[in-house]
Write a protein that binds this ligand. Structure first.
Ligand code: ATP
Length: 582
C-alpha cells in the first residue's frame, strides 16, 4: 500500500463526495437487512396460520401486506442509495483518473530530452493509460466494494448471530474458504491476462512497424515473410487468450458451487434445529438470503485484494516517473531578455547513456545578429552544439554564455522562447499546414503565415494543394516531400521572429537553387537575428561571418570563406568537390 499512499493528496480533493458515499453505503446496507428479516417473518406467519396458531385470516392478510410493503419500500430505497453510492464513488474515480493522467502528462512535459532517450515511447504510453486504468480500479471499484463489504459484514453478521447463533457459526465458517479460492483464481487470471497484454503489445508493435514501413516491405517484396511473422505472433496471442479464458471460466462455477454448498449447510443445520425446536422455520429462508448477501462480498475480498495488488504495482511504475527530477532545471524565476550573442568557452559534453565525448574544449563567439556556419563529418558534434544552446542538455564542463551571461543564469522559458530551432528531422503534427507553421507563434495572422511560407520558399507548393494551407498532414506529414517538410519547418521557426535561429542541416533535401533563394530571404528577414547553420554543404555556409569545421567534437578549422579557402584544408577540399558536382 506504500505506493498508493501518494494518491491521498488526490483523494483529499474529493473528500466530501467520498464521505457522503460511505454514509450512503452504510445506509443502503442497513436497509437491505429488512428483506431477509421480513421474508423470515412472512414464512413464520404462514406457518402459524397453517398450524392453526393464527386463525384470523383478515389479520394475517393485513400483516402479510404490511410485511411485503416493508420489503418493497426498503429494497427500493436501498436500490436508490446503491445507485447514488455508485454515482458518487465511481464518478469520483473517473475524476481522479483524469487528475492522475494530467499530473503524469505534465511531468512528462517537464522531463528532459535524456529521459525520452532512456525510456521507450510504448512504456511512457503504457504508464499513462494501462497503469492509470489499473490504479482507477483501486480508486473506484476496489474502494466501493471494500466499503460495501465491510458495512455488509458489520450489519449482517450481528443480525445473524442475534437471530440464531449456532446456525450463524455454521454459515460463516465456510466463507473464508470461498474468499481464498476466489483470490487464487483471480491471481491466476491476473497472471494470464498480463501475458495476454504482453502478446497484444507484440502484435501491435509488429503491425505498427508493418504499416509505417509499408513502402520498404513492398519494395523488398517482404509481404509473405511479414505475413508468416504476424501469423506466428497472432497464434501465440490466441493461445494465451485461450489459457486465460479457461481460468476465467472457473470463476463463476466456483462461486455457484460454494454458494450451493453454503445453502445446503444452512438447510441441513437449520432443518435439524427446526426439528429440535431451537429455531423457527422462517429462520431458514432468512439465513439463505443472508448467505447469498454475504457470498458476493466474500468473493470480492479475493478480487479486491488482487485489484489492490495490481494497482500498487502500477502506481509504483507511475511513481518512478513522477519522482524523477528533470535534469534541466530553471534556476531563474524572473524574466530575462535575450539579445543573441553566443559564446562557447571550453565546452565539453559527454552523452550520459553512451559515454560519447561529443564536444571537446569547444570555444567560439558570435556577436548578436551574426551568422555562424558549422561544417564537419557526420557524428562530429554539430547537432550537439545546437542542442546545448537550447539547453536540451546541460554542458558537462565549460560554459555557454548568451549576452555574456552563463545560460544557466537565464530564465529557461525566455531562453527557449527566444530560439527558433529547425531540427534535422522535421516533425510535423497531424494538423493543417497553416497550423503547423503557426505552431511557432499561435497568434500569427494568415498574412504572417503566408509571409513565412514565402520566405521559406514553400508557398507555391502549398498553393498547389487542393486545400492550400488547410491541407491536413498525415502521421509525420507523409503527404509532403522531404524538402517540403523541411521548408514548412523553417517557416515555423521564422514566424516566431526569434532572436536566435538554429538550423540543423535543414536544407539537405532541397536543391541548391531553392537553397540559395531561402538563404537570400533569410538574410533579409533575419538581419538582426543570430543565426547558426549546421550543414554539409559549402553553399549554405559560405556567406557566414564565421565558419567552423568540427572533427570528433573539436574545431579543426575556423574563419570566413576566403580565409578557409586560403588555408587549403578540409573546407577548401569540400568546396572544390562540391563545385565540381554542380
Ligand atoms: N542522444 C544521444 N545519446 C547518445 N549519444 C548521442 C546522442 N546524440 C548524438 N550522440 C552521439 O554524439 C556524437 C555527435 O553527434 P551529433 O548528432 O552532434 O553529430 P552531427 O555532427 O550532428 O552528425 P550528423 O551530421 O550526422 O547529424 C555522435 O557520435 C553521436 O553518436
Amino acid at each position: 500500500m506504500k505506493e498508493l499512499l501518494k494518491l491521498n493528496k488526490l483523494f483529499a480533493k474529493y473528500k466530501w463526495q467520498l464521505i457522503f458515499g460511505i454514509i450512503v453505503t452504510i445506509a443502503s446496507r442497513y436497509l437491505s437487512l429488512y428483506l431477509p428479516k421480513y421474508v423470515g417473518k412472512i414464512i413464520n406467519l404462514l406457518n402459524a396460520y397453517g398450524n392453526g396458531e393464527r386463525t384470523d385470516l383478515e389479520q394475517v392478510k393485513d400483516d402479510l401486506l404490511l410485511y411485503i410493503g416493508i420489503i418493497l419500500g426498503t429494497t427500493l430505497l436501498a436500490a436508490i442509495l446503491t445507485f447514488i453510492m455508485r454515482q458518487l464513488i465511481i464518478v469520483v474515480s473517473r475524476h481522479l483518473e483524469y487528475d492522475l493522467k494530467n499530473i503524469i502528462y505534465q511531468q512528462y512535459q517537464r522531463l528532459s530530452l535524456s529521459f525520452y532517450k532512456q525510456n521507450r515511447t510504448g512504456d511512457l504510453m503504457n504508464r499513462i493509460s494501462e497503469d492509470v486504468s489499473k490504479v482507477r480500479m483501486y480508486m473506484g471499484p476496489a474502494i466501493m466494494y471494500g466499503i460495501n463489504m465491510i458495512t455488509l459484514f458489520a450489519v449482517v453478521i450481528p443480525a445473524m448471530i442475534d437471530t440464531a447463533p449456532t446456525l450463524a457459526l455454521y454459515t460463516i465458517v465456510p466463507l473464508p474458504f470461498l474468499s481464498i479460492a476466489i483470490y487464487v483464481v483471480s491471481r491466476e487470471i491476473h497472471k494470464r491476462s498480463t501475458l495476454v497484454q504482453q502478446y497484444l503489445s507484440n502484435l501491435n508493435t509488429i503491425s505498427q512497424e508493418a504499416f509505417s514501413g509499408i513502402s520498404v516491405i513492398k519494395a523488398y517484396n517482404l509481404a509473405p515473410q511479414m505475413n508468416v511473422q504476424f501469423a506466428q505472433v497472432a497464434n501465440d496471442s490466441k493461445d494465451k487468450n485461450i489459457d486465460l479464458a479457461r481460468v476465467q471460466a472457473l470463476f463463476f462455477p466456483l462461486m455457484v458451487l460454494l454458494i450451493g454448498l453454503s445453502n445446503i449447510l444452512v438447510i441441513y443445520v437449520g432443518g435439524r434445529q427446526v426439528i429440535a425446536g431451537e429455531i423457527e422455520v422462517g429462520t431458514i429462508p432468512e439465513f439463505l438470503i443472508y448467505v447469498n448477501m454475504l457470498t458476493w462480498p466474500v468473493a470480492v475480498v479475493g478480487w479486491v485484494t488482487n485489484m489492490i495488488q495490481q494497482a500498487e504495482a502500477s502506481q509504483k511504475r507511475i511513481n518512478q516517473f513522477l519522482d524523477i527530477e528533470p535534469q534541466i532545471q530553471n534556476l531563474v524565476e524572473e524574466t530575462t531578455r535575450v539579445e543573441g550573442s553566443i559564446e562557447f568557452d571550453k565546452v565539453n559534453f559527454v552523452y550520459e547513456d553512451t559515454n560519447i565525448h561529443a564536444l571537446k574544449d569547444l570555444s567560439f563567439k558570435i556577436h548578436s545578429g551574426g551568422t555562424l556556419a558549422i561544417l564537419g563529418k557526420t557524428g562530429s558534434g554539430k547537432s550537439t552544439v545546437l542542442e546545448l544552446i537550447g539547453r536540451l542538455y546541460d554542458v558537462t564542463d565549460g560554459v555557454i554564455k548568451i549576452d555574456g551571461k552563463p545560460i544557466k543564469n537565464l530564465n529557461l522559458d525566455d531562453l527557449r522562447q527566444s530560439i527558433g530551432y529547425v531540427p534535422q528531422d522535421a516533425f510535423l503534427f497531424s494538423d493543417t499546414i497553416g497550423n503547423n507553421i503557426a505552431f511557432g507563434n499561435k497568434d500569427a495572422s494568415e498574412e504572417e503565415i503566408v509571409a513565412a511560407a514565402k520566405n521559406a520558399v514553400v508557398h507555391k507548393n502549398i498553393k498547389n494543394f487542393t486545400h492550400g494551407y488547410e491541407t491536413v498532414l498525415g502521421e509525420r506529414g507523409i503527404t509532403l516531400s522531404g524538402g517540403q517538410k523541411q521548408r514548412v519547418s523553417i517557416a515555423r521557426a521564422i514566424i516566431k521572429e526569434p532572436n536566435i535561429l538554429l538550423f540543423d542541416d535543414c536544407l539537405s533535401a532541397v536543391d541548391t537553387e531553392t537553397e540559395e533563394q531561402i538563404l537570400n530571404n533569410l538574410k533579409k528577414v533575419t538581419r538582426d537575428t543570430t543565426t547558426i547553420i549546421v550543414s554539409h554543404r559549402v553553399s549554405s555556409a559560405k556567406n557566414a561571418d564565421l565558419i567552423i569545421v568540427l572533427e570528433d567534437g573539436s574545431i579543426i578549422e575556423s574563419g570566413d570563406h576566403e580565409s578557409l579557402l586560403e588555408a587549403d584544408g578540409y573546407y577548401a577540399d569540400l568546396y572544390a568537390n562540391q563545385m565540381l558536382e554542380q
